[in-house]
Design a protein around this ligand. Structure first.
Ligand code: BGC
Length: 342
């Protein structure tokens, strides 16, 4: 049984609208999602002893989400991750997007899908958000109709993304939740055990743009096919964290992506998806300056993201999975976040 409760979360400045909160509850999970950016603001999961903790980083109030912050819990679009120099060619025409991170366009631009109010519709076991991204929004061609649907089933949260366009455009949608299975506010994720089902990853240049090479993980720090304890693993390979795309099975069927286990609490998160990639990001750019829920501070490495999506900068790399959506097609991807205890 899943219950869905609707309430007001906050008012946008200058009468720009009311942000609502949808609380989805099953006997195993409770998740709060707001209509601003389709953002997951809380996710309560029980541990081995049946004690619930909130395992996602975020803010108690709307103001937190409106400040400059690193996409906590939000849906990212029109194109997740980086497009090199914010530019691409399409049908012989060059498109220039706003540059918002170093020399690149990141996460849909200055006003991406995370920074807009979506229209909600309550479902028996979840909530569906929709919006129309106008032709030319953030420099992208075509009017894009988008639906993001969250549904809960026991310990599993499913997120489905659909989109239709009036002109050919790149589309890659994801959710940017930062998890800490010890409970948000815990200082780091070094005691988390991580497995990612990927035989290859994408090396990046100094601007975090994939070089184009699809590199085997074998014999590198990126071989996470067997569980590794994150803190020890980072030390062993002397790396400062992950911010990389792992190449998943390229099938539109549901496939296994990753498993993260927190031994002390027993909490386990398994991710399944229809997407060809996952950005594994260990919150390398957090610096403890943001004040989160319950007075939490968020230092570097205090959370991890598993952003299932197309490969970064695919619009400029012909050897990457296709990222263009054409008018006669429908974009349709699903990701499953499955929580359990072990
Ligand atoms: C990117 C990071 C970025 C973070 C937050 C991730 O998806 O890969 O480089 O810092 O999002 O903006």
């Amino acid at each position: 049984m899943v219950s869905v409760t609707r309430s007001v979360f906050g008012e946008l400045p200058s009468g720009a609208g009311t942000v609502e909160k949808f609380q989805l509850q099953s006997d195993l999970l409770r998740v709060d999602i707001i209509s601003w950016g389709c953002t997951i603001t809380a996710l309560e999961v029980k541990d081995r002893q049946g004690r619930a903790s909130d395992v996602v980083l975020g803010f108690a109030e709307l103001e937190g989400y409106l400040q400059k912050q690193p996409y906590f819990g939000a849906v990212i679009g029109r194109v997740a991750n980086r497009i090199a120099k914010g530019t691409f060619m399409l049908d012989g025409k060059e498109f220039q997007l706003p540059i918002n991170r170093g020399p690149n366009s990141l996460h849909g631009g200055l006003w991406g899908f995370d920074k807009v109010l979506w229209s909600p519709q309550v479902l028996p076991n979840g909530v569906q958000f929709s919006r129309v991204s106008p032709d030319g929004e953030e420099g992208y061609p075509g009017e894009l109709k988008v639906w993001v649907t969250y549904t809960l089933d026991g310990g599993e949260l499913m997120v489905n993304y659909r989109a239709q366009t009036s002109r050919t455009t790149p589309v890659s949608l994801t959710n940017h939740s930062y998890f800490n299975l010890a409970g948000q506010g815990s200082p780091n994720i070094y005691d988390h055990e991580v497995t990612i089902e990927a035989d290859a990853f994408l090396p990046v240049n100094e601007a975090l743009i994939p070089t184009g090479e699809v590199a085997p993980v074998q014999g590198t720090a990126f071989d996470l096919r067997q569980p590794v304890e994150l803190g020890k693993h980072l030390q062993q390979f002397s790396i400062d964290g992950f911010d990389h795309n792992f190449c998943l099975k390229q099938s539109k069927e549901k496939h296994f992506c990753a498993r993260v286990r927190h031994a002390a609490s027993g909490r386990v998160l398994e991710v399944y998806t229809t997407q060809p990639g996952v950005q594994f990001y260990t919150a390398n750019f957090l610096d403890g300056t943001l004040k989160g829920k319950g007075g939490a501070v968020y230092p570097k490495h205090c959370g991890f993201c598993l952003e299932t999506q197309n490969w970064p900068n695919a619009v400029n790399q012909s050897n990457f999975p296709p990222v263009l959506l054409r008018p006669e097609e429908e974009y349709n991807h699903t990701t499953w976040f499955k929580f359990s205890v072990a």
